[in-house]
Ligand binder design. Sequence first.
Ligand code: 5GP
Length: 204
Amino acid sequence: MNKIHRSGILFVLSAPSGAGKTTLTTALRQKPDFVYAVSCTTRPPRTGEIDGEDYFFLAPDDFQARIAAGDFLEYAEVHGRFYGTLRTTVLENLSKGVDVLIDIDTTGAASIRSCPDPVIAAALADVFIMPPGLEELAHRLRRRGTESEDQITMRLRNAAAEMRHWRDYRYTIISGSMEEDIEKFRAVMRAERYLSRRLIIPEP
Ligand code: 5GP
């Protein structure tokens, strides 16, 4: 049989802050059978974060200039800062049949879902990571120690709002241990890669 091709998948991952998503994406990136599309943000880097690897850290003016230039596939204001997905990274990889993972909030995911581009619509596979509960989330955020108490309060309020959107996603993973979350996300990736409609098989 001739070579089988597959169209690229756009994995959209959303999870309230503190649900363990960064650890999850870091672990997934250890086996890079997809491209992680690094977002732009106006939030300052946390200790240990690397420009170009965790985010492209932009000044607010630069971010606005990129909005005006149409560089973002979607962007949103989250926790008082701007975050955006670069259009070219996503589209160039999908067109080569390479899978892309983006880690975005529920507003960004809604924009992607309503995106008129048929390539994006066909590629989309969206996954929500549901934290075990707000108390556990508060505990995780405090243990992480990267945010002030005010920031934690804001993030918890936003988390409660984000958690109401889980039904909008094709998949929901109830967050358990990190190993469980990774295994479940990998299972979603495997299943999506076998969808008949994604395969391009030459006629016999
Ligand atoms: P954090 O500041 O904790 O890294 O991220 C805060 C929130 O912004 C998370 O919910 C994360 O998913 C979201 N986020 C990160 N990058 C993007 C992006 O490019 N677009 C949107 N809409 N949200 C993003």
